[in-house]
Design a protein around this ligand. Structure first.
Ligand code: ZN
Length: 345
């Protein structure tokens, strides 16, 4: 019932890097089996490999130069970050382990929280340990339940941007936790398409997808607690990994075990990114409408690598993905899965 639709084409050129011999470059165009969104997949990473790798000297300089004025470091977080109104959280800010939750000084949506996840000003990608993430996720859980209770908001997300190339404006490791009356585009598409799939087949799309990925084995990574992990057939960005929370459509259904499973998976993916030489990432944990159990939807997470900290700031955001909504990757998800699989055993 799930179709992995793809086409193949070849670009032909006389390649100056190969003494102007005739060269052919195979490209696949793939269609996401649920959303219909397209992604182009090129093989051969030679050109991009250098662009993605981290300039360690520059990164160390960046960390040192930003440390002294950082509001998220422990010596300033209690005196310089915003506080919640007393009728929302009387404590003003919430803490759990090393994690501290406070309002975003510049809100993105009605409820915009920030969680500084560690006492350390900088974490390498192999230092995002599950317990650090878990404390941050548990604070997110408290915040979203309170926002839903007070403001009856239905839509929520938890996101991570790491370092400037990843869209963060603060070096200190932190997450965004956000709730609003307005749905983001992905959950609107997922809800609509998931519902249509359920009507046609009387089955949940994500349950079927995980089953199919397990059977094929090309992109499946493994099961961690209550979550299933794989690389998507038609990725939006490089090194994309997806996780699905079994049997749950929204954050208010989550229990500690779900958060533990997500923290475990995100930590493993970031470790793999670190070992590939990357320093930046984005992830987003998405949820269906809060408080409504939908049989045709599943909550989950998507993680992607981003171009790293480098002297010449090359960005992996270009017109194709920021305007045309076209995915493009130079490493096929089947190859990404091969490299990622050892981290899931
Ligand atoms: Zn800091």
């Amino acid at each position: 019932m799930i179709r992995f639709e793809k086409g193949e084409e070849t670009a032909i050129l006389h390649n100056p890097l190969k003494n102007f011999e005739i060269d052919s470059q195979p490209i696949e165009y793939r269609v996401d089996p649920l959303t219909g969104l397209t992604s182009f997949v090129r093989t051969g990473r030679a050109f991009w490999a250098g662009i993605y790798k981290t300039d360690q000297t520059l990164l160390e300089k960046l960390v040192e130069e930003t440390r002294g004025r950082c509001f998220f470091c422990p010596e300033k977080v209690a005196t310089s970050t915003p506080r919640f109104p007393a009728d929302f959280f009387p404590e003003g800010r919430l803490t759990k382990g090393e994690a501290v939750l406070f309002p975003n000084l510049f809100a993105h949506k009605r409820y915009s929280g920030i969680i500084a996840i560690s006492h350390k000003h900088y974490l390498r990608l192999d230092e995002f340990k599950p317990d650090l993430l878990l404390n941050a996720f548990k604070l997110s859980d408290l915040y979203l339940r309170r926002a839903h209770q007070v403001g009856r908001v239905e839509y929520a997300e938890i996101g991570g941007n790491c370092l400037y190339p990843g869209g963060a404006s603060i070096v200190h490791p932190h997450l965004q936790v956000i709730a609003s009356h307005g749905a983001h585009s992905l959950i609107k598409i997922y809800t609509e398409k998931g519902k249509a799939y359920y009507k046609r087949h009387s089955k949940n799309f994500w349950d079927e997808l995980v089953k199919r990925e397990k059977e094929l084995g090309e992109r499946y990574l493994g099961k961690l607690g209550s979550t299933e992990w794989f690389t998507p057939f038609a990725p939006i960005r490089e090194d994309e990994v997806n996780g699905v929370v079994q049997g749950k459509s929204n954050f208010l259904e989550f229990d500690d075990h779900d958060w533990e499973s997500l923290a475990d998976g995100v930590s493993r993916v970031l470790k793999a990114y670190h070992d590939k030489g990357f320093s930046c990432f984005n992830f987003a944990i998405y949820s269906g409408p809060l408080g409504r159990k939908l049989r045709y939807l599943r909550a989950g997470v998507k993680i992607v690598s981003r171009s790293s900290v480098q002297a010449y700031p090359v960005s992996d955001t270009w017109y194709s993905n920021c305007i045309l909504l076209d995915g493009f990757v130079v490493e096929p998800p089947e190859e990404v899965a091969k490299g990622m699989r050892p981290y899931f055993t």
